[in-house]
Design a binder for this molecule. Structure first.
Ligand code: 4AD
Ligand code: MG
Length: 463
C-alpha cells in the first residue's frame, strides 16, 4: 500500500531515527569517492529530499540505473543533515528503480532552461522547480477561491461548456459540430444547414458562464461558476489564451458598488491565503522570477483599491503627456498601455475603473441615467492590466431588448435571458476573474502560457 503520508513533504517534517520510504523523481545526482547524493522530488513541496547512499550499500547495477529524471523508491533512516540547505536527509539502505531516464536524451537538466524550451516539453516541465511551484500555487489558489465563496454561502454552479448563445456578443467563439466538413449540408440560400447538426442549431464552446449564472442567481441569490472558457480571438500576446479558466460570481440584490466591494475583498482574501499557504513557492518566485512579488502581494492584501470612473481615467490619460500608441479620447476602449499606466504609474496599486461608454461594453450591462455609460467595472492590476471584468446587469426588460437590438445581436438566442426580466427580475451584478491572469499576478510569471498546465493558443495545442 502506498499512502499519501509518505510524501516527501511529510518525510521532511519527520525526525531523525525514523524509518521511511521516499518515492519520486531524481533531480540531480552527485558522487564522491565514498558517497552518492540524490536530490529527490515528488512535487509535494518545493524542497527536495536529499538521499545519501554510502558506497557499497546498494548493488552497483542498481546505482548505475539512477540518473536525473529516473523514478526511484528509497528506503532507509532519517538522519540530521550534515550539509547546509536541509535539516534532514535520508540515509538509504534499499533502492528500487521504477523507471530509468536515458541520460543522453532526457531534456530536463540541472542548468536553467528557457521558458520557451520548457513549453515545448510541457509533458515534463512540471518536474522543474519553476513549474512545480506554479502548479502548487494554482491548486492552492483554486481551493482559496472555492473557500471564499463557500464560506459566504454562494452556490457553486457548473455552467455548460457547449452553448448556443454568445455571452460577450463579440463572436469570437469556437464552433462545435459533428457535420462532415467535406460534405456540408446547405440551405436553399447556400448557408451551412445547422439544423442537421448535432444540436439542431449552431453551437459553440462558451466564452463565459455568466448568462447561466444569472438564471441561477435569480433562484439561489448568490452563485459562482469556476470552469474553463474559450475565446477564438487571434491574439498572440503574453496575456491571452484560447482556453482559460474563469471564476464568475453572480449576486442578486447587488449593485455596482456591492460588486466592486466583493471583488476587492475576494482578491485580498485569496492573496492572503496563498501568502499563508505557499510561502516556500512564493519565496522562489520572489528570488528567481520577479523580486517585487512578495512586497506587491503583501501591499495589495493590506491596502485599499483605487476607484475612478472611465471619464476620470480618460482625463488622467489625456493629461499624462504621453505619446500613446493608441490615441486617447472619451469613447475609446482602454488599451493595455493605458491600463498599465493607470495602475502602475498613476496609482501604483489595483484600480477599479467603472462606468464605461455603452458602445464599448457588452449588451447586458446596466444603462446609466446619462444613457451614455453603463455600470461596468474593470479591475486593473500592475504588470497585468485587466484582471477582472464585471458589471451590474440590465434588469429592465425593455431596456435590455433595446440594447440587444442596438448591437444587432440575434434576439431569438436570448429569449430565455430576456424572460428572466419578465418573471421576478431583480437588481443583480457579478464579475469574472481570469484564473491565469491572477496566477501571473501572484507568481510574477511573465507569460500566461506558463501558468496553465497545457496552454492552448493560436497554432498550438500539442499536449
Ligand atoms: O472581461 P471579460 O470578457 O468578462 C466576461 O467574460 C464577463 N462575462 C464576466 C462576468 O461579468 N461574469 O473576461 C473576464 C476576465 C478578464 O478580466 C480576464 O482576466 C480574463 O477573464 N480573460 C482572459 N484570460 C486569458 N485569456 C483570455 N483570452 C481572456 N479573456 C478574458
Ligand atoms: Mg473585459
Amino acid at each position: 500500500m502506498i499512502r499519501p503520508e509518505s510524501s516527501i513533504k511529510a518525510i521532511l517534517a519527520g525526525s531523525p531515527g525514523q524509518r521511511v520510504t521516499a518515492r519520486g523523481w531524481v533531480k540531480t545526482r552527485r558522487d564522491s569517492k565514498s558517497v552518492h547524493f540524490l536530490q529527490l522530488s515528488d512535487g509535494s513541496c518545493f524542497a527536495d529530499l536529499q538521499i545519501v547512499i554510502d558506497d557499497g550499500v546498494i548493488p552497483a547495477e542498481t546505482l548505475a540505473r539512477i540518473s536525473t529524471g529516473a523514478c526511484i523508491e528509497a528506503s532507509g533512516t532519517l538522519v540530521e543533515s550534515a550539509g547546509g540547505g536541509q535539516s534532514i536527509e535520508l540515509k538509504a539502505d534499499g533502492i528500487l528503480v521504477h523507471g530509468e531516464a536515458d541520460t543522453t536524451t532526457y531534456p530536463l537538466q540541472k542548468k536553467g532552461h528557457s521558458m520557451e524550451f520548457l513549453r515545448d516539453i510541457a509533458h515534463l516541465r512540471s518536474r522543474s522547480n519553476t513549474f512545480g511551484a506554479v502548479f502548487r500555487v494554482r491548486s492552492a489558489l483554486s481551493f482559496a477561491i472555492h473557500q471564499f465563496f463557500q464560506k459566504r454561502g454562494f452556490v457553486y454552479l457548473h455552467a455548460p461548456i457547449v452553448t448556443t448563445s454568445d455571452c460577450e456578443g463579440a463572436g469570437a467563439m469556437f464552433g462545435v459540430s459533428t457535420l462532415d466538413l467535406m460534405n456540408l449540408p446547405r440551405t436553399d440560400e447556400g448557408e451551412v444547414d445547422y439544423s442537421q447538426d448535432f444540436f439542431g442549431k449552431r453551437a459553440s464552446l462558451t466564452v463565459s458562464g455568466q448568462l447561466e449564472a444569472e438564471c441561477f442567481a435569480l433562484a439561489f441569490s448568490n452563485v459562482y461558476t469556476f470552469g474553463p472558457t474559450f475565446r477564438a480571438e487571434n491574439s498572440n500576446t503574453p496575456r491571452h489564451l484560447a482556453e482559460f479558466w474563469m471564476i464568475e460570481p453572480e449576486m442578486a440584490f447587488c449593485d455596482l458598488d456591492g460588486n466592486r466591494a466583493l471583488a476587492e475583498e475576494f482578491l485580498k482574501e485569496i492573496i492572503a491565503f496563498v501568502l499563508d499557504h505557499c510561502a516556500a513557492d512564493l519565496e522562489f518566485f520572489n528570488k528567481r522570477i520577479d523580486g517585487t512579488v512578495l512586497e506587491t502581494l503583501e501591499h495589495v492584501a493590506a491596502s485599499d483599491f483605487e476607484h475612478v470612473t472611465y471619464t476620470e481615467a480618460i482625463r488622467i490619460l489625456e493629461r499624462a503627456g504621453r505619446d500613446w500608441e493608441f490615441p486617447v479620447h472619451w469613447g475609446v476602449d482602454l488599451q493595455s498601455e493605458h491600463e498599465r499606466f493607470l495602475t502602475e504609474e498613476t496609482f501604483k496599486k489595483p484600480v477599479v475603473v467603472t462606468d464605461y461608454p455603452r458602445e464599448i461594453k457588452a449588451f447586458y450591462m446596466r444603462l446609466n441615467d446619462d444613457e451614455k455609460t453603463v455600470r461596468a467595472m474593470d479591475v486593473l492590476a500592475p504588470r497585468i492590466g485587466e484582471i477582472i471584468g464585471g458589471s451590474q446587469r440590465e434588469e429592465r426588460h425593455d431596456v435590455l431588448l433595446d440594447k440587444i437590438r442596438a448591437q444587432h445581436l440575434p434576439e431569438e438566442h436570448y429569449w430565455w435571458y430576456l424572460e428572466l426580466r419578465k418573471y421576478g427580475s431583480a437588481p443583480h451584478a457579478g464579475f469574472g476573474l481570469g484564473l491565469e491572469r491572477m496566477m501571473m499576478y501572484i507568481t510574477g510569471m511573465k507569460n500566461i502560457r506558463d501558468v496553465i498546465p497545457f496552454p492552448r493558443t493560436p497554432g498550438s495545442a500539442e499536449f
